[in-house]
Design a protein. Structure first.
Lengths: 160, 160
DNA sequence: TAGATTTAGTTCGCACTCGAACTAAATCCG
DNA sequence: CGGATTTAGTTCGAGTGCGAACTAAATCTA
């Protein structure tokens, strides 16, 4: 039984790009920050004062990407760096009042947009979609690994 | 009947990020190019010699992003710029032999990975997933637009 | 306890993306 | 015909993201 396929990567990239750009555009004009910065605020809104590495894990980003992000957000008064008293290596990131107010303004809109985006899909379909996104997230790395181990055996299986 | 919801943006971003990074990592190590550059090659593999703006549309990117991308790909001998004889504004992008060979090597793997990613999902589920991704792609802009028109009632927003 | 290892975060160089502003060529239209 | 507008592409500045190399602090271990 031949199942239907489609260009997963391609469609995922388009969908993500469209949504990300729309969100970024709106946030820049309405609130003067980028979607990436808003993502950091979103993490802090439930986990205020966490170290940078926790934010990085939460957002699936490298720590080095957070350095500049936090720098810019500190400069605009959205967050604040604070040295951890018990572990000298750690820097805790705290929401500043401006950051907290901003998140307060946007969080409702985000909920509404999620609703709107899912509106045409049934409960069962939403479950499928959620499982798909989680599946991709968890198995993306594995694919490359598989491919590599397949290559180490014998490269010649390049036909198709 | 309250339908279930989830953080569409967040999950989409994670899934896309995971898949994109995995693909980028593999392509860099195996073929010495980035996922973005590979995307251009993919477009050219079915539409060789198209103008830059067509590639940009196909990939949903701004034209200005393509300039540097094509520059770098020209430098590594993957593609070639050629002035259009009938329209002096247009630059046509052609696959070079190295680019054509590279795509020949990767296209089978891409198919296999798409298969693997979709493996746990039934035909009906795949249809749902595809429709979801297309839905997001088409309605992402609309969301912001709606929001803006809703705001324009009370906000300045100098119209042009 | 001293040295080795691990962990947190930064710095650096590179690639990618965008939007705004710009040049040049084609087209529109009065 | 000739100026106004549109279209293709580039340039520029800023933000984002990565990995590798680095510093500093904590922890492990012999």
């Amino acid at each position: 039984m031949t199942k239907s396929t489609f260009r997963v990567f391609h469609l995922l990239q388009r969908a993500h790009g469209a949504l990300f750009r729309a969100a970024d555009k709106f946030l820049r004009h309405a609130e003067g920050l980028t979607a990436a910065q808003h993502g950091v605020l979103l993490v802090l809104s439930t986990d205020d004062g966490v170290p940078i590495s926790t934010i990085a894990e939460e957002l699936r980003m490298g720590k080095s990407s957070l350095t500049g992000l936090v720098d810019r957000m500190s400069k605009t008064g959205l967050v604040r760096r604070a040295p951890c008293p018990v572990d000298g290596r750690v820097t805790r990131i705290h929401l500043e009042p401006a950051g907290r107010r901003l998140i307060g303004r946007t969080v409702g809109r985000i909920k509404a947009q999620n609703e709107a985006l899912l509106e045409p899909f049934s409960d069962a379909e939403r479950d499928t979609i959620r499982r798909f996104l989680l599946h991709i997230t968890e198995h993306a790395d594995g694919l490359v690994g598989d491919v590599e181990s397949r290559e180490t055996v014998g490269v010649t299986s390049d036909s198709a």
